[in-house]
Design a protein around this ligand. Sequence first.
Ligand code: DHB
Length: 390
Amino acid sequence: IRTQVGILGAGPAGLQLAHLLQRAGIDSVVIDGRSREDIEGTVKAGILESPAVEVLVDTDVVSREHVETMRHDGIEFHFDGHAHRFDFPALTGKGVYLYPQHEVLKDQIKARVNAGVSPLFEHLADKVVDGPNGPMIVGKTATGEAFEISADFVIGADGSMSIAREYVTGNKFSGMAREYPFGWYGILVEAPPSSEELIYSRSEEGFVLISTRDEHIQRMYFQCDPNMDVNAVNDEQIWDKLQAGVATHELKRGPIFRKDVLKFRSYVHDSLRKNKVFLMGDAAHTVPPTGAKGLNLAFSDVLWLNRALREYYRSGSEKYLDTYQEDALKRIWKAANYSYMMTTMLHIAPDATEFDKNRQVADLYSHTESLAGQTFIAEGYVGWDYDADD
Ligand code: DHB
């Protein structure tokens, strides 16, 4: 197969880039080792920032009417016996949208299929190599047939286990990373919402997050050991852990139909490009989940690369390809900082001293009692405007 842009990974970043390029008349082929059912069925985070929603609405991936029904205008922090609500419209003029990532993916895949350029599912890439006419993706389909995609550019949007990264960084970890001594135990439960807005709670027992998917399905998390076995607690113990974080609400219980343990990590790779191969999204960086920045941050990379590739095909100029890494890294580090800050402000480290815990509560008061502090949290949460203009 020959194309202009070969995109590894049918996640939100790869699919959105393909969609934007097509609107500019640029050909691409998106491949992914997983099946469509697998991709559409994998549960991920749920929050879309306001600027990410604008991108999806402006490019006709989702309709304004539909997405507006999922708007959330605030979140609550619970700590030290207090509940504080962040009023997003009052603080920033914007809101966020509880639009689960797999729903975004369904919409994006539908947009690709409707445009007659379905992603190639069950196409597992082995590696990226230098071909005679630019970079090449080589791999095998699920049925064992070998394939090759030869392109002007290859974009690695293939997640934290990226194989494009092996081409760019030479197979070694070449970035900056941070581990966390805790993770999340997450459940999906069949029950009505327990709270109208998301609750982020910090108590002596640790962190709890009460989130939602829709009127019938709720998503909740409690802080746990990152190496905990999902079967180490029974449902009663799960409800006790969750309820311990939210004294003000009686959690509505129901059948728990999914349980998972999420490990946390922050990393930023220091090389996002080699020759005509570029990295974006989780292939380039990852953030811990607190604040739900992952997908929203990946969209920033998408917009920078979209601008760079459009300029290249319009005028032949590589100027924005050359500045991609520097352009993208500014927001990557801002999001890395925000996610780190939200995580460390709300979780209790196993080795936290009394000093650490008292300081942490003071940090929470500083961000809730002052208008400047509230605005800082809210601006990061609803999302900073994307900087890549056309
Ligand atoms: C969800 C996940 C997050 O990381 C977050 O900050 C808020 C909500 C969720 O899965 O619903």
